[in-house]
Design a binder for this molecule. Structure first.
Ligand code: HEC
Ligand code: HEC
Length: 388
């Protein structure tokens, strides 16, 4: 029960944090493993993200690590999640429940050999880049297929005709970013709003739960899910770091990768600050989302894996954000689809967003948005004792 509510809390707010069994982190990078930039430097915008746990290695925190030595401890769960979704299996495929350190299962031993093999392939053939991962071969199955299938009918096999979207008149990064700002109502209108109190519901697995999301400029955010069994579940970013909490239990600080992701969600003026948040912002290939042609931007910066942004070429609005949590075995994707843009105090915001990961998906539908409601900063602070 406790675990479920925590997972729910983390998912509810759209934060790509990892929690036991639902590990999907974001942000900080194991430089040794993937040759990317520094941990703890995952500062997004105003936030100096990342303290505490990320300096410990996996073997300092866990009992029986031989293959993933040197990896930051808070990447272990995201790595495990990556492996489980790559093979399409549960944790118990390799682990004895409640005794994760035990090596009783053959699959766990095989998995260690596979980690070594994948690392070897990447080193020998791909300049050490993480090109071949568990998913490259396994594709969601424990047993990779090595023989192409025969035809199942005598109709000629058609590989989806994929007309490449017209490259367009070559909108530049600046034009795409500016069009987005204009689509939302313009710089001035956006700046006039400094806080939002959103109420609505979170829809997942056929059930609905009331949710409240409070955001305050420049980068504070808290979401409160009113659990059906009573009690509240919180996911928050206080401007510097993130925390998670449940009524009656001590709040817990987010790991650096989780914090990095939630700081992005908390960015009140994301549209105005794209270039500050992503020091490297370049245009990607246009792509279609559900028949809508989109311009794409790929943003990156020190300490963070790239983030892909999709803008409706017609309306200019942000349709999708995809970000990745780096692990030594591969990247876990988090996709957020934005919809139902409506005016809220002079500037548009999405009233609906869907967050999808390999292991879960939910939608938040906002019913009411109030703007410029005074919100005390204390509202976002992590409670010292148990969450009330
Ligand atoms: C395909 C096999 C496989 C799957 C599936 C898998 N793991 Fe693991 N797990 C491993 C291996 C192998 C190690 C040891 C890594 C090493 O030696 O560096 C490990 C280590 C761990 C450890 C560290 C235990 C300790 O104290 O040493 C934890 C915790 C863990 N896994 C949790 C999980 C969770 C949670 C899931 C499900 C999301 C999961 N694992 C899915 C193979 C797997
Ligand atoms: C280059 C391809 C390739 C890559 C990369 C790869 N595997 Fe495998 N894996 C295989 C093949 C092939 C088999 C099946 C071997 C057999 O049938 O005997 C297998 C089998 C396994 C099994 C045993 C499954 C069972 O039914 O017992 C595990 C566990 C496993 N792989 C884990 C992993 C993990 C974890 C990764 C990523 C770190 C990984 N594999 C990456 C090719 C790959």
């Amino acid at each position: 029960m406790h675990r479920r509510t925590i997972i729910f809390a983390a998912m509810a707010a759209g934060f790509a944090g990892w929690v036991p069994q639902a590990a999907v982190g974001q942000g900080a990078v194991g430089q040794a493993a993937v040759g990317q930039a520094a941990v703890g430097q995952a500062a997004v915008g105003h936030a100096a993200v990342g303290q505490s746990t990320e300096s410990k290695t996996a073997e300092q925190v866990f009992k029986n690590i031989t293959q993933l030595k040197g990896m930051p401890a808070d990447q272990l769960m995201p790595a495990m999640q990556f492996i489980a979704s790559s093979l399409g299996v549960d944790c118990t495929f390799c682990h004895v429940q409640g005794k994760m350190e035990a090596d009783d299962k053959g699959a766990k031993k095989t998995a260690r050999e596979m980690m070594a093999m994948a690392a070897e392939i990447n080193k020998a053939s791909f300049h050490g880049q993480l090109q071949v991962t568990c998913y490259s071969c396994h594709r969601g199955s424990a047993r990779p297929v090595n023989i192409p299938p025969v035809l199942e009918s005598d109709m000629t096999a058609k590989t989806e005709p994929r007309p490449t979207p017209p490259a367009g008149a070559g909108a530049t990064v600046d034009q795409i970013a500016e069009k987005y700002v204009t689509a939302l109502g313009g710089d001035e209108a956006i700046r006039k709003v400094t806080s939002r109190v959103l109420t609505g519901k979170i829809l997942t697995g056929g059930s609905e739960t009331p949710i409240e999301v409070i955001v305050k400029a420049p980068n504070k955010r808290i979401s409160v899910t009113h659990m059906s069994g009573g009690g509240e579940s919180y996911t928050a970013f206080d401007g510097t770091g993130g925390w998670l909490g449940n009524t009656g239990r001590p709040a817990r600080e987010m790991s650096a990768p989780e914090s990095g992701a939630s700081s992005l969600d908390a960015e009140f003026y994301l549209a105005l600050r794209l270039k500050e948040i992503f020091p490297q912002l370049r245009r990607g290939r246009p792509e279609e989302i559900g028949g809508v042609l989109c311009e794409t931007l790929i943003g990156s910066g020190p300490g963070r894996p790239p983030v892909r942004l999709y803008f409706d070429r017609n309306s200019g609005l942000l349709m999708r954000m995809v970000r990745y949590a780096e692990t030594p075995v591969g990247r876990n994707p988090t996709q957020i689809d934005y919809a139902d843009y409506r005016d809220a105090g002079g500037a548009k915001i999405p009233f609906r967003w869907t967050l999808s990961r390999p292991n879960g998906r939910f939608t938040i539908q906002i019913a009411e948005a109030k703007v410029n409601v005074p919100v005390d900063d204390a509202r976002f602070a992590k409670p010292a004792g148990d969450v009330k």
